[in-house]
Design a binder for this molecule. Structure first.
Ligand code: SAM
Length: 328
């Protein structure tokens, strides 16, 4: 068994061999190793696409920490942001700015460094590089020059929101940021109306209500979920129909924090994906008053509160349980 083999070694054809950049355990004093920390090995020359957290600083991988600690340079969108993040993990790295305004100028220099035998990590301000963030041209050109490119996967807001949305996750399309102007945004949503998949968008909090209204106009009254501040202290996922969510945020004002919008595919929800209102209410009524059960189920499903309350009363009357409160 190779030294420091982690318990969850990759189960692909490289079993037993170290992937580029090592397995992330050397020098970390990682759990399971009784040996004292050893100096880290220098990674092989190449480009290391390294995910960082989307909010919760615990969401970084052991392998990412090891690479960030040992590469020759870390290319990042904002050296101050990344410097602050790395200092939380006690890492000092040589930071090189790489963002949309300097990418064309910086790319050849970064690729020359790799070709000259250096290791370069690419990170974003948050989450996974290349996902609504710079990097794809760097990867493309590195591959064209025959340089080693590898990925250290981790957090991404799009997948986190999809997981938490309760919407079908078997087929999805990530569409990035909708345009900021309403006319262009409606066209953008209309172009996606026939896509038979769950749709995922990044959106700014200040445009959320208007964007939801445009989505409702272009896509119809579909189920959707707004994921906010994911992995952070005030994480919230609000489910509802697009029009109801638009009305909610128009009235409540822009929410605080970062937003992902997830929209159900067109047409009826796939078999098994629909909401079983009676089952949800039955489960809630076993634990709560009629009023609270109806409120909780309406919140979770996005169904109209009155409709849910009426059904909760019917179920509770059918069970012989006394109606316990007012008109909901
Ligand atoms: N590369 C990142 C990723 O993998 O998720 C996304 C970068 S993109 C420039 C930033 C957008 O991602 C934000 O405007 C927001 O829409 C979304 N986002 C990032 N972190 C988030 C979080 N913790 N909660 C909700 N949305 C988030």
């Amino acid at each position: 068994m190779p030294r420091n083999t982690p318990p969850f070694q990759k189960t692909n054809d490289r079993i037993g061999a170290e992937p580029p950049g090592g397995l992330g355990f050397e020098g970390t004093g990682a759990a399971g190793s009784s040996k004292p920390a050893e100096p880290s090995k220098k990674p092989a020359p190449g480009l290391y696409l390294t995910a960082v957290p989307i909010g919760n600083t615990g969401d970084i991988t052991l392998r990412a920490l090891e690479i960030l600690r040992t590469v020759d340079a870390v290319a990042c969108e904002d050296t101050r942001n990344t410097g602050r993040l790395l200092s939380l993990y006690g890492i000092r790295a040589s930071l090189v700015p790489y963002h949309e305004h300097n990418a064309d100028r910086m790319r050849p220099a970064l690729l020359d460094r790799i070709a000259g035998g250096q290791s370069v990590a690419l990170v974003s301000d948050a989450g996974t590089p290349l996902i609504s963030d710079p990097g794809y041209k760097l990867v493309r050109e590195a591959k064209a020059r025959g340089l080693m490119v590898t990925s250290l996967p981790g957090a991404s807001a799009a997948l986190t929101a999809l997981q938490l949305s309760g919407l079908p996750s078997d087929r999805f399309l990530f569409a990035g940021f909708p345009p900021s102007k309403s006319a262009a945004r409606q066209g953008f949503y209309r172009d996606l109306a026939a896509v038979p998949a769950t749709l995922i968008f990044y959106e700014s909090a200040k445009r959320l209500a208007a964007s939801l209204a445009d989505a409702a106009a272009a896509l119809g009254s579909r189920e959707a979920a707004v994921g906010r501040e994911l992995t952070k202290l005030f994480e919230e996922v609000r489910n509802g129909r697009l029009d109801a969510l638009a009305a909610h945020y128009a009235e409540a004002g822009p929410p605080k924090g970062e937003i992902v919008l997830v929209v159900a595919p067109p047409g009826p929800a796939p078999a098994g994906g629909g909401i079983d209102l009676d089952a949800a209410l039955g489960e809630a009524l076993a634990r709560m008053s009629v009023r609270d059960a109806a409120a909780a189920v309406a919140e979770a499903t996005g169904l109209p509160r009155k409709e849910v309350y009426r059904r909760a009363l019917e179920l509770s009357a059918g069970s012989g349980r006394p109606a316990d409160d007012g008109d909901g």
